[in-house]
Ligand binder design. Structure first.
Ligand SMILES: *[C@@H]1O[C@H](CO)[C@@H](O)[C@H](O)[C@H]1NC(C)=O
Ligand SMILES: *[C@@H]1O[C@H](CO)[C@@H](O)[C@H](O)[C@H]1NC(C)=O
Ligand SMILES: *[C@@H]1O[C@H](CO)[C@@H](O)[C@H](O)[C@H]1NC(C)=O
Ligand SMILES: *[C@@H]1O[C@H](CO)[C@@H](O)[C@H](O)[C@H]1NC(C)=O
Length: 319
């Protein structure tokens, strides 16, 4: 008999907690007008029902039921809120259905107009949008630019450059040890230093990947100060949604403490234009195959650090 009562009580509690929880998350989602006292009540309720000891469970279940029935959050209020939510969702779904319908109608009428060409182009465009990396907006805004960056007690200028290496997944799979790819030459700002990056998909036979940066002969070398003295950092971009991103960052390298003038001095006037690179990041191969959180199965060539098979390296030079 006691256990029966207990069961009913805990089922009741579960049921109520469940509803309270769903209302809590729903209201967060839609930022409706649940006030602070309510939210506190809800939190307490969930804590109270997490206890395992039976005596405490009975007591806390009683407390919960009492609170839910007499507090600001009555069962009736919850019911009303859920009903309102249901109505709103149904309404939104109807709107989406209407939108889809008119989109399809639009395509159909284009087809009927014998406009097969533009229909194809539409599809192409859609596909491109779907395939856009979540980092593309950042790349478009910052690539090859100098930005003022301020931290707590200092403000400095940083040059940003993004290098995308296409088909990096295939290069990882097939390139022999030490085979590398060099980026195009770029300049750190106007009349700046000429630099390049270099990626080696298999730097060591164990498969370690290496991303490096170095100086190369440039048009303004005679006007610049040598050796090069600006601090440098590399990052491998993570293509997850913003809250989940974990870019692979190198530490900040300071040329005055790393490598000799052989690497940071003025590049030779003749012969091989590139200074050898002295700094870089090694990345364990499997890191590049880390799955995207909530992978949508859209493309098997998307991982956290590969987008459509490409890897993107971000270089920052603190000028
Ligand atoms: C439903 O929509 C109405 C009007 O848009 C809004 O006032 C109400 O708070 C919404 N209900 C919920 C539960 O979001
Ligand atoms: C910020 O200021 C404090 C005290 O003024 C100093 O000790 C610290 O090194 C500064 N940090 C940076 C990054 O310059
Ligand atoms: C960054 O800008 C350079 C110079 O305009 C360009 O060649 C390069 O493709 C851009 N990088 C990316 C990832 O778009
Ligand atoms: C994906 O990569 C392939 C091979 O590099 C390329 O042909 C294709 O255009 C890329 N797709 C998109 C949407 O960038």
């Amino acid at each position: 008999m006691t256990s029966y009562v207990l069961l009913v009580l805990s089922l009741n509690t579960l049921y109520l907690t469940c509803r309270v929880a769903s209302v809590a998350s729903a209201s967060k989602l839609l930022s409706t007008d649940v006030n602070v006292t309510n939210n506190e009540d809800i939190t307490e309720t969930q804590h109270a029902t997490c206890k395992i000891a039976t005596d405490e469970l009975v007591a806390s279940a009683k407390a919960t039921v009492t609170r839910v029935l007499t507090g600001a959050c009555t069962a009736k209020a919850i019911d009303e809120r859920l009903r309102s939510l249901e109505k709103n969702l149904t309404q939104e779904l109807e709107e989406i259905k209407t939108m889809l319908h008119s989109l399809l109608e639009n395509k159909r009428s284009k087809l009927n107009n014998d406009n097969l060409g533009s229909y194809r182009i539409d599809l192409e465009d859609n596909r491109k949008i779907v395939f856009r990396s979540p980092r593309q907006a950042e790349i478009d805004a910052f690539n090859n630019t100098v930005q003022r960056v301020s931290s707590t007690n200092e403000s400095s200028s940083v040059f940003f450059y993004y290098w995308q290496i296409k088909n990096f997944d295939k290069k990882l799979a097939s390139w022999k040890t030490a085979r590398s790819e060099r980026s195009p030459t770029f300049y750190t700002a106007q009349n700046g230093y000429a630099m390049y990056m270099k990626a080696t998909p298999r730097y060591f036979p164990d498969g370690t990947v290496f991303m490096a940066v170095g100086l190369t002969r440039g048009a303004y070398d005679s006007l610049l100060e040598w050796p090069f003295s600006y601090k440098v950092r590399l990052e491998i971009l993570d293509h997850s949604e913003e809250q989940l991103r974990q870019d692979r960052r190198s530490r900040i390298w300071d040329p005055s403490t790393l490598c000799s003038d052989y690497f940071w001095g003025r590049p030779k006037l003749t012969g091989e234009p590139d200074n050898p690179e002295c700094i870089g990041s090694s990345i364990p191969r499997q890191v590049l195959f880390t799955k995207l959180p909530f992978a949508d199965g859209g493309s098997s060539r998307n991982t956290r650090y590969l987008w459509n098979g490409s890897v993107t390296i971000k270089l920052m030079v603190h000028i």
